[in-house]
Design a protein around this ligand. Structure first.
Ligand code: CA
Ligand code: CA
Length: 490
């Protein structure tokens, strides 16, 4: 009965987890014993590279309760096992869960059963796993082809669930031994980050334990926390409400998660090869008083009223191609901007901008290859060079957005994030007072806010006059009937 339920429901779940659905027809988990007396070997699934044949993402839960599926099953050629031998499974890790953004604890318990007569359960807190049971005996042809039913409770959150199992003999036999562990995942409902979730789950299932660095309070450098430099790690997780300072070159490539507290980056290459997830309540920060330009492989900020926070201080993150979308980057900055105070509780902001009384901001650019820069900035600094000058004006003018209402972003002159380039952006440039003043980035350590340039009134007027002239000429060329002789651009 449950088999039919699962199969029928899968017709309706196309599109919810399309990548998993696409693999439905790749079939069951294939079992063999290539070396007589050796371990059962699993093959199949579409996972390639390390752990190939040990990752099966064919499990798809129905769109509505009961959340039960009998896929994937187990199958083997005839003669694989001695007739009458017993096959059992065991669960060797806790129930894994990907919530769409990160591997997260789950309160759900998965039930595994065989024909409603034998049951095992596994929860998110069973870190040592849980015993399974003897499934059944091998029939006379030596082929073991059986399906277990996998069930989640009706209130199970949407996401990807993962079981880590082994399959082995249910009683002593010289014919075969227990398999390596393998991962079976079950997609429940609609969620994002499928591929990242599967990769994280594979790391959690098979990889060495990730590094967890806890700083409960106060501030510690990574050396003080026991990690002078991190060359390799399947994952790095910062926990605790305190601040951890990454001040060394770290070359690990596993993902970084800031689950709580602050991770402060003072070395440009501290995060160069990792994708950082900033969870709700966590913060990724650059110094407020010394400019650090740090490379980062990818950035994911948990959204929400009390989501994750990135504080650029006076620094910049350069994010590799594909590491964040232009839409997410801009939305995160707007959340951090919080109407202009640069004091948002979530998103990307700058404590230095917040302390600068409306004269500083966060700017960003997205290159043609999809890589991006996001930096502490002054309005007008199109290219985030640290100076607002004629080259910036030329870029804004070339964008052709001024006064047209055309959708616009920072490097086209939208410095106040209202999506257009117009007189309000000129006001922002004037307020920043950085035009023609040389480098406004801090060149040495100074206190937050103390280095803010205060424009000379005459300078400010000059700046806005120059801007208005540059932009106004373009505007007027498009509408020649409004050109007054004294304002001619020629
Ligand atoms: Ca510039
Ligand atoms: Ca604007």
């Amino acid at each position: 009965m449950r088999v039919l339920l699962g199969a029928a429901a899968c017709l309706a779940c196309v599109g919810l987890a399309t990548q998993a659905v696409a693999q439905l027809h790749s079939g069951d988990i294939t079992l063999s014993v290539p070396v007589a007396g050796g371990p059962i070997v699993t093959t199949g699934g579409e996972w390639v590279g390390e752990y190939a044949g040990r990752v099966f993402d064919e499990g798809i839960m129905p769109t509505a309760p009961p959340f039960v599926t009998s896929s994937p099953g187990f199958d083997s050629s005839t003669g694989t096992f001695p007739a009458g031998s017993l096959i059992r499974f065991d669960l060797v890790k806790e129930l894994l869960f990907w919530d769409g953004a990160m591997l997260a604890p789950t309160t759900a318990t998965m039930t595994v059963d065989y024909q409603d007569v034998r049951f095992a359960t596994i929860s998110g807190s069973d870190t040592a796993g849980a015993p399974g049971f003897i499934i059944t005996s091998v029939p006379s042809n030596g082929s073991f082809h059986e399906h277990l039913d996998y069930a989640l409770p009706s209130d199970a959150a949407a996401g990807l669930y993962g079981l880590v199992l082994t399959l082995g003999p249910g009683s002593a036999t010289p014919a075969f031994t227990t398999s390596d562990s393998f991962l079976v995942t079950f997609a429940r409902g609609s969620f994002s980050g499928y591929v990242a979730g599967l990769e994280a789950m594979v790391d959690a299932a098979f990889g060495a334990a990730g590094i967890v660095i806890d700083v409960p309070s106060g501030i510690q450098t990574q050396a003080e926390a026991g990690y002078p430099a991190i060359a390799s790690a399947p994952s790095v997780t910062k926990t605790g409400g305190g601040t951890l300072v990454f001040d060394a070159v770290n070359s690990y490539t596993g993902p970084t998660t800031i689950a709580a507290g602050t991770l402060l980056i003072t070395n440009p290459d501290a995060l160069a090869n990792t994708t950082v997830t900033v969870a709700a309540g966590g913060a990724l920060a650059l110094p407020p008083d010394a400019r650090v330009v740090a490379g980062i492989d990818g950035l994911a900020i948990t959204q929400g009223p009390s989501g994750g926070l990135v504080n650029l201080g006076t620094g910049e993150f350069t994010i590799a191609a594909g590491g964040i979308s232009a839409i997410d980057l801009r939305a995160s900055i707007i959340a951090g901007r919080n109407g202009g105070g640069w004091n948002g509780a979530t998103g990307i902001t700058s404590s230095r901008a917040a302390a600068a009384g409306g004269t500083r901001a966060v700017g960003y650019t997205v290159a043609g290859d999809g890589s991006s820069r996001v930096s502490f900035a002054a309005a007008g600094d199109v290219d985030l060079s640290g100076a607002v000058n004629v080259f910036d004006l030329v870029s804004v003018n070339a964008s052709g957005t001024y006064g047209t209402g055309t959708a616009s972003v920072w490097n086209q002159g939208d410095f106040n994030y209202d999506g257009a380039t117009n007189v309000f952006d000129l006001v922002a440039v004037n307020t920043a007072g950085a035009y023609g003043q040389g480098n406004y980035f801090p060149t040495s350590t100074s206190l937050v806010g103390s280095g803010t340039a205060v424009p000379e009134p005459g300078t400010a007027i000059l700046a806005v006059t120059a801007l208005a002239a540059a932009f106004g000429c373009r505007h007027q060329r498009r509408r020649p009937r409004f050109v007054h002789p004294e304002n001619s651009c020629n």
